[in-house]
Design a protein around this ligand. Structure first.
Ligand SMILES: NC(=O)c1ccc[n+]([C@@H]2O[C@H](COP(=O)([O-])OP(=O)(O)OC[C@H]3O[C@@H](n4cnc5c(N)ncnc54)[C@H](OP(=O)(O)O)[C@@H]3O)[C@@H](O)[C@H]2O)c1
Length: 284
């Protein structure tokens, strides 16, 4: 274990599902942290490059949470390396370089591949995290409101998913930011077992008494419903395309990145549900 540097570590997406946990875990290790996003103390906006230099000033390392479908990531990485950043830990996604996992013209995945390449070519020490679907989508993300209202509609059939707890993603990120031995590594991250949406909602019901129903829908109908709800065609397409990996059974795989990086298994979905229920995540 190295002594944390007092040059700040810049955490992009520092208010989000992984970034906020990276911030907490870095502070627990005594590291200096600069929390950045549009609403954070360090204003940072992917679409306004005048906000990048102040965020990068004096930073020794960056936890990089990209914004899906936004192409400015590689330019930011080049600017970070030029500003003296020595380590970059990138949050990417599972399947990004697996042929057939995403559609060949999927804009979010094309942007992700370019960003991964920019990070590897940056000259900084790099670690790439490729997580599958987050467990916290149920408690903090886009499944939560439908679960609270009693019906969760998804184009996911009866497939199972090895949901990964964002506490574990943060733990791997912090190890890569502070400790030796993770440079040049790509970690595919998942939870230790796969659950179906029916099983996940049953676990939430057992912990909270609130039973939501899972209702499978066709992908095209799902995209149309998202557009009706006000999403752009691009964003609706990105979401449906991301969910397509679940429908085809690709997200059931259990990956070895957490044991490889941390020497322990990932947190089980039941433990995630217990923790989220105790904070009132699904209280209506
Ligand atoms: N969710 C999953 O299951 C999953 C699985 C695999 C990979 N991923 C990847 O993880 C990344 C994060 O996704 P997420 O849905 O979980 O989101 P999240 O990290 O929970 O939230 C997004 C973060 O980005 C910030 N943000 C939003 N727009 C921004 C902008 N224009 N400029 C700067 N910061 C901005 C938000 O804060 P402000 O609103 O304050 O700006 C927030 O901190 C994505 O790249 C996604 O592909 C997600």
């Amino acid at each position: 274990m190295t002594t944390p540097t007092q040059h700040p570590i810049l955490v992009l997406g520092g208010t989000g599902k992984t970034g906020s946990r990276v911030v907490d875990a870095l502070r627990a290790r005594g590291a200096a942290v600069r929390v950045a996003s549009r609403s954070a103390e360090q204003h940072f906006d992917w679409s306004d490059d005048s906000t990048w230099a102040p965020a990068l000033a004096g930073a020794s390392a960056v936890y990089l949470v990209p914004l899906d479908g936004v192409p400015t990531g590689p330019a930011f990485v080049r600017q970070a390396a030029a500003a003296g950043v020595e380590r970059i830990v990138l949050l990417s996604a599972r399947g990004t370089d697996t042929p057939g996992y995403f559609a060949a013209d999927d804009p979010a995945n094309l942007a992700r591949l370019e960003l991964e390449a920019a990070v590897r070519d940056s000259g900084a020490q790099w670690t790439i995290l490729r997580p599958g679907w987050f467990a916290q989508n149920f408690s903090e993300g886009f499944f939560r409101d439908e679960i609270r209202s009693g019906e969760l509609y998804l184009p996911a059939g009866s497939a199972a998913v090895s949901f990964v707890d964002t506490e574990d993603i943060a733990a791997v990120a912090v190890a890569a930011l502070l400790d030796p031995g993770h440079a040049g590594r790509t970690y595919e991250l998942s939870g230790p077992r796969a659950v179906t949406f029916d099983e996940a909602l049953a676990e939430i019901a057992a912990a909270t008494g609130h039973r939501a129903r899972y209702i499978p829908v066709e992908p095209a109908a799902y995209t149309a419903a998202l557009v009706d709800q006000g999403l752009s065609e691009l964003d609706a397409g990105i979401w449906t395309s991301a969910l397509n990996g679940i429908l085809r059974g690709l997200e059931a795989k259990v990956s070895d990145g957490i044991p490889r990086a941390l020497g322990r298994p990932g947190r089980d979905f039941t433990e995630f549900v217990r923790t989220a229920a105790s904070t009132g995540a699904w209280t209506v």
